[in-house]
Design a protein around this ligand. Structure first.
Ligand SMILES: [Ca+2]
Length: 152
């Protein structure tokens, strides 16, 4: 009886290991964007949690893939402007430095990243006024806080 229970536990542990091992990893760009935008702060298991940055951050659908929302399209345009030579972290930083408002909701992309609203969805907007948010953003380092990590 006890042996059967232990076997059951062992099987559960094995199942958990197999399930974790086969869990789809976050897509590459999201793995780069989350620490670059500091969305990993206070989120120890961010690499396993798709809610830290939803697919809808850049995509129209909650499941990702085509089509892209206005922020995702702006990232693609920035890639193209670099002739496809820039790496994703540089593309993201240069887009945020450009101070554009991809979803045209009145809040530039970098301020939405800072406020943790969706820069590609006009229905998602910061609660603070633009002026208040800009002051807090600049006090925290402005767009330099999103500079790609320096190579060592
Ligand atoms: Ca916006």
């Amino acid at each position: 009886m006890r042996g059967a229970r232990l076997k059951g536990r062992a099987a559960l542990c094995l199942l958990a290991l197999v399930t974790l091992g086969s869990a789809p990893a976050l897509p590459k760009y999201r793995l780069q964007a989350i620490p670059q935008l500091h969305y990993d702060e206070g989120q120890e298991l961010w690499q396993l949690d798709r809610r830290v940055m939803a697919c809808s951050y850049c995509h129209v659908k909650d499941t990702g893939g085509a089509p892209w929302n206005p922020f995702g399209q702006a990232i693609q345009a920035e890639f193209q402007a670099s002739g496809g030579k820039a790496k994703f972290p540089q593309v993201l930083h240069s887009l945020l430095k450009a101070d554009r408002d991809s979803d045209a909701d009145g809040y530039p992309d970098a301020l939405e990243v800072f406020a943790r609203t969706l820069p590609g969805d006009p229905a998602s907007r910061p609660e603070e006024s633009l002026t208040e948010l800009r002051v807090a953003f600049e006090a925290s380092g402005g767009t330099e806080r999103y500079a790609p990590a320096a190579r060592r």
